[in-house]
Write a new protein. Sequence first.
Length: 249
Amino acid sequence: MSGSELTGKVALVTGGAGGIGSAICLALAEAGASVLVGYAGSEARAIALAQDLPGSVHRAVRCPVDDSAALEAAAQSVRATEGRLDILVNNAGITTPIPHADLDALSDEWFDTILRVNVRGAFACVRAFSPLLHEHAGGLVVNISSIAGRTGQGSNVAYCASKAALDSLTRSLGRSLAPDIRVLSVSPGFVDGDYARRMPEMLAAQSARTPLGRAAKPQEVARAVLACATMLTFSTGSIIEVDGGRPLG
């Protein structure tokens, strides 16, 4: 998909060098946006991706979402270099597979880490970058969620709770940041990427239980983000599901 719908716009994607993140970066760049590839520990991958994206000038930006001081520094860098921010995609997230019934295996440390990155991290990004988003009409935040927040089925109990909290955050911020900034969640089911392919049996099982018969592709998640920016212009506080009907299976 290519076009000019986002020409002149600047978009930041946290966790931008990962599988879903890189697909989102590519979709936004093809639509004409200048893309900031946010990273925490994968600087080389983020730089390489920014250099490979088509179109406008792109660059990598250090954005560890669990470090509020670093996020403030990133916002200052964006203000000094790009002078604006139109789209923030909160894509960075973390999880680990732990059986739901094994309560002892889900340590306090893992529980806190998942909530710190997946929920507090998204809020901290909005807090740091909202002044920039407020400065130009039509600011947009897209939170990358998961149907685990609705179904309670996912890699572990804390992950499911974190995505439910992220959807609640979307609704709260959709109300409180209106009318200048819209806030939406894109909520995929199982995504056929690097993480899923490390668990081929789970990927096959999830695909079999999905009415459309397969997992989502990263590009399909990316197209949903692009739709939030270019087509769903009268939507805020909404959860956009990209799950192939998985809750129906």
